[in-house]
Design a protein around this ligand. Structure first.
Ligand SMILES: Nc1nc2c(ncn2[C@@H]2O[C@H](COP(=O)(O)OP(=O)(O)OP(=O)(O)O)[C@@H](O)[C@H]2O)c(=O)[nH]1
Ligand SMILES: [Mg+2]
Length: 618
């Protein structure tokens, strides 16, 4: 059996889980967060240390509801008060671990339950573990008194769960009044599911109920997968002035535990049963954690892509509308008309190009104020378009996010920001981007106009007029429309085209227009990217690191495979049922399974205990 390889595989599983935080409240993620905590804790508190020190004493954790008599039973087992019982519920807060003095070294360091601070005095602190050396306890056996599992005190509940996960054997204590309560059964079912070694102690059974109640509890145990677990029934008796039960009440449990501790093989089998159950449980629960991690990643990816798509769409719509004539309406068109004059030009252009050129140039010369007006109109038209699309993208992203639980959760967290609207400085940024673009267009035409041929004409027309013309060409001409269509779409906008062609030549105009359009698109895209960054910011810090899900899945798989290879012989001894992990000891009741069919033995046992008590009383 290769415990080293198994320990390595389990350590890798532990490490694959430790950085995982499921930050998006998706359905089931809270459950998986609990699972991560529970698996890592059990690996740290029990599995890894147990695997490394397979010879350490058997740790029996006495768990159960408050008032069930856990502390009382431990005191009776030891024969003196080691854990103070009480009438105030819950009583025990700080766990007490009783061990043989020769076993002290197994518990004084932080081999198991590394989160608890060792102490030799009693305390009420949930972070401390009181160690009590007791030489009446057999070597190789340690008993731990735990707080209540279903406490009103949250820390008690948490600690009790943690302690039970660190146990080799649960001595689950309940009372005749409460043995059918739900919470204890949740624990017992969990134990059955994970093949944790369990013995059940039914305390405070009224004398008249010694037959019916243990039999009923035994039946419940059989039905819930605990047929192999021994069931001890302790009849209701008086405690002495120290709160101690008569010795006879617990002597069957004591002798059973002593037998277990004395027999190396039985002890090993109990350890192996619980240990292996815990390993299997970790390996089988981990894939669901991996699924949850993957769901987180996918949900985040979805949110990211919803936002990215919305803004890509915004940039695309601006790109289309700044090229299909949409902008050549209203103000821009009116100002352009003012700049170039009206229908005259159109007709003239069609008929006599040279005459047209003369007229156009004549009209343009000395009209810088009108060119400036075109520029202003373009500015506000383009700004309105970009603002509208920026706002629509915010609304689209917001509603896409609101449609998923993950998105709603992210938006809920962002109390200080409203992501359903474009950011407050978006209009200002858009205006700046447009002005910058217009600056570029101006540079573009003046750069092109430096050529020998065109220089004089550009000078004559004025750079501003040329720039305005190029913008008009961009808005009306580069969307794949033909000259005729442009004529229909933009009316006199075709004048801009002809004008520029006359100055720079056809080819150059096409290139200039393409360049200017590309430049505009790039500026709009980066504007939208700044807006998109707000959503990416909202998601930052929520992701689980790349490959986490795969790593967990693989680690769990390696644990399963290594366990099967290394544990096969050991397991078959447990699984065959030929030798139960928990052996019956002389003078103890039958396991739960037999209680149901052989109540006599249990009744006999109860009678025997009662008889001894009566004797003691006399
Ligand atoms: N007469 C009698 N009293 C008992 C018996 N078992 C427990 N008690 C009393 O019931 C009360 C609760 O017992 P504890 O031992 O403190 O119970 P516990 O399970 O440790 O409870 P928490 O520490 O709160 O989780 C105490 O007053 C005990 O003296 C019993 O068998 N007979
Ligand atoms: Mg107690």
């Amino acid at each position: 059996m290769s415990t080293i390889k198994l320990a390595q595989a389990l350590t890798e599983l532990r490490e694959s889980l430790s950085p995982v935080r499921l930050r998006l409240p998706l359905p089931g993620s809270a459950e998986q967060t609990v699972a991560i905590d529970s698996i890592t804790r059990q690996l740290d508190d029990y599995v890894l240390p147990r695997l490394a020190t397979i010879d350490a004493p058997l740790l029996v954790v006495v768990g159960g509801s408050t008032g069930a008599g856990k502390s009382t039973v431990i005191n009776a087992l030891i024969g003196r008060v080691v854990s103070v019982p009480g009438v105030i519920r819950p009583t025990t807060k700080s766990p007490v671990l009783v061990h043989h003095p020769g076993d002290a070294h197994w518990f004084e360091d932080d081999r198991i339950l590394p989160g608890l601070i060792r102490s030799r005095v009693s305390s009420n602190d949930w972070h401390s573990l009181q160690l009590v050396a007791e030489d009446t306890l057999p070597q190789g056996l340690a008993v731990l008194d735990s707080p209540d599992i279903d406490s009103v005190v949250k820390e008690n509940r948490k600690l009790a769960g943690q302690l039970l996960q660190a146990a080799d054997l649960w001595l689950f204590t309940t009372s005749a009044a409460r043995y059918a309560d739900a919470v204890p059964w949740d624990y017992l079912l969990q134990a059955a599911e994970r093949s944790t070694a369990v013995a059940v102690l039914l305390n405070r059974v009224p004398p008249g109920a010694m037959e019916a109640v243990p039999a009923h509890l035994g039946q419940l145990m059989v039905e819930r997968g605990l047929a192999e677990s021994p069931l001890f029934a302790v009849p209701e008796t008086e405690t002495d002035e120290d709160g101690l039960l008569p010795d006879a009440a617990v002597s069957p449990i004591r002798s059973w535990l002593a037998t277990l501790a004395a027999d190396e093989k039985s002890r090993q089998r109990v350890v192996m049963q619980t240990l292996d159950g815990a390993i299997v449980s970790a390996a089988t629960r981990a894939p669901a954690v991996a699924d949850a991690v993957q769901e987180q990643t996918e949900a985040l990816e979805q949110l990211r892509s919803d936002a990215a798509k919305s803004y890509a769409e915004a940039a695309r719509l601006v790109s289309v509308q700044s090229a299909d004539g949409t902008l050549m309406r209203g103000e821009v068109l009116a100002r352009w008309h003012e700049f170039v004059g009206t229908g005259e030009f159109m007709r003239a252009m069609e008929e006599r190009l040279s005459w047209f050129r003369d007229r156009v140039w004549g009209a343009l010369r000395g009209a810088p104020a009108e060119a400036e007006q075109v520029k202003v109109a373009v500015e506000s038209g383009l700004e309105a378009l970009i603002r509208e699309e920026g706002q629509s993208a915010a609304e689209r992203t917001d509603s896409a996010w609101r449609a998923t639980p993950a998105g709603r959760a992210v938006l809920r967290e962002l109390t200080s920001k409203d992501l359903s609207r474009a950011s407050a400085d978006f209009p200002a940024k858009a205006a700046r981007a447009i002005r910058d673009w217009q600056g570029d267009v101006l540079e573009l035409v003046s750069g092109e106009g430096m050529g020998k041929r065109s220089r004089a004409r550009v000078m004559a027309l004025g750079v501003n007029g040329m720039a305005a013309s190029l913008m008009v060409v961009v808005f009306a001409h580069t969307g794949g429309l033909t000259g005729a269509e442009v004529g229909i779409a933009g009316g006199t906008t075709v004048v801009a085209q002809r004008l520029l062609e006359a100055v720079f030549g056809d080819d150059a105009v096409r290139k200039l227009a393409e360049h200017a359009k590309r430049d505009l698109d790039a500026r709009v895209e980066s504007l939208m990217a700044t807006e998109l960054a707000r959503y990416e910011q909202a998601l930052s810090g929520l992701s689980v690191s790349d490959g986490s899900a795969e790593r967990i899945r693989e680690a769990a798989e390696v644990v399963s495979v290594t366990r099967l290879r290394g544990y096969e012989p050991e397991r078959s001894a447990i699984a065959t049922g030929s030798s139960r992990a928990l052996p019956p000891a002389e003078g103890t009741p039958a396991p739960a399974a037999e209680v149901q069919f052989n109540q006599v033995s249990n009744t006999r046992h109860a009678e025997m205990v009662e008889a001894e008590i009566v004797e003691e009383d006399n």
